[in-house]
Ligand binder design. Structure first.
Ligand SMILES: O=C(O)c1ccccc1NCC(=O)[C@H](O)[C@H](O)COP(=O)(O)O
Length: 265
């Protein structure tokens, strides 16, 4: 069994536990259900940096990256440092995150928040809205097309946007599932091989009328500039910031480099 299959198998058990503890009706009654979301796609098309700064304490490929990171501190610093949005990993087993991380952050953050999860059940979409997410990630590698479309429609009905993540050319037929943004993951989730060049290979197949996001393995401002030149508007970056003692300061430095050394405030 590869790592992705293992994550998905464990996720089914976890979702079942969550459903038993907190039903969809309970989620629907939560305060955040009434909240108006902030558009991630608009933030990426309007904002200067395009960086979606990720909060991840650990990963299957690297182990612990920043075990004791304080989510509120880090994401507030991301916002102040010029991130266009933040991605919060809510998987505990493999990434050391929790749904409580996103809930906590929501109270003090205005930039759009992406719930980064392995979504395999519609329950997780209701849950995303209930914890304060503005957008959800749907990964083509773990969903069939019909389910992807159904989940996209559900997210939209709850006022959230969808980032559809692709990795392989054979997944291009998911482009008609209605997602708001298309992500190219530079990491092969079955082998962990990470090549930013992958985004440059895939871009020719992506629709020009959708916001496209390059995900994983980005660590230099020059790479972001080159990705912008070929049409990417969003850049999902995690480890490059989270490996630092002060991830927010690392993000701020990165954004200043993108802006030619100027402060973004
Ligand atoms: O990060 C991993 O090792 C990983 C392994 C298996 C499935 C997913 C994984 N990561 C999720 C992500 O997509 C990344 O956290 C995200 O794109 C940021 O990547 P990076 O900048 O390389 O931390």
């Amino acid at each position: 069994m590869n790592i992705l299959d293992k994550i998905v198998a464990d996720k089914r058990i976890e979702v079942q536990r969550h459903k038993e503890a907190y039903t969809v009706d309970m989620l629907l009654g939560s305060e955040q259900m009434m909240r108006s979301t902030v558009s991630l796609s608009r933030a990426l098309s309007e904002s200067s940096s395009g960086i979606i700064a990720e909060f991840k304490r650990r990963s299957p490929s690297k182990g612990w990256i920043h075990r004791d990171a304080d989510v509120e501190r880090v994401v507030l610093d991301y916002q102040r440092g010029g991130a266009s949005a933040s991605s919060i990993l809510t998987d505990y087993t493999y990434f050391g995150g929790t749904v409580a991380d996103l809930c906590k952050v929501r109270k003090s953050i205005d930039i759009p928040l992406l719930r980064k999860e392995f979504v395999i059940d519609e329950y997780q979409i209701y849950q995303a809205k209930a914890i304060g997410a503005d957008a959800v990630l749907l990964i083509a590698a773990v969903l069939d097309r019909k389910t992807c479309r159904r989940f996209t429609d559900l997210a939209h009905s709850l006022g959230m946007e969808v980032l559809l993540e692709l990795h392989e050319e054979k997944e291009l037929d998911y482009l008609d599932t209605g997602a708001d943004m298309i992500g190219v993951n530079n990491r092969d989730l079955t082998t962990f091989e990470t090549r930013v060049e992958h985004s440059f290979d895939m871009v020719r197949y992506l629709p020009s009328d959708k916001i496209c996001i390059s995900e994983s393995g980005i660590s230099s401002p020059d790479t972001v500039r080159a990705l912008r030149r070929v049409g990417f508007r969003g850049f999902l970056m995690g480890e490059n910031f989270m490996k630092e003692v002060r991830p927010g300061a690392a993000l701020s430095w990165f954004v200043k480099q993108l802006n030619g050394g100027e402060d973004v405030g």
